[in-house]
Design a protein. Structure first.
Length: 75
């Protein structure tokens, strides 16, 4: 099953709220708050790469308070 790591930058003060919303998304297997250039790293699994893309673009990107994401597909 395809897997991706989503590196997320959030607006100040919104990290916990965004993480709580993301963990409810189908296909999101884990959401961790981290230090460094990103605020959250999420792991997504789906049946196809297209479904991973749909989760990222249609569900995660519209979450308020997310300023930037980087999607890394596992190989």
């Amino acid at each position: 099953m395809p897997k991706a790591f989503i590196l997320i930058e959030t607006m100040v003060g919104r990290t916990r709220e965004i993480a709580d919303e993301m963990i409810k998304v189908e296909g999101v297997k884990s959401v961790d708050l981290v230090t460094g250039p990103y605020d959250i790293i999420a792991v997504i699994e789906a049946e196809t790469l297209n479904k991973i893309g749909d989760i990222v673009t249609q569900i995660i990107h519209p979450i308020g308070g997310i300023s930037r994401t980087v999607t890394c597909l596992a190989v």
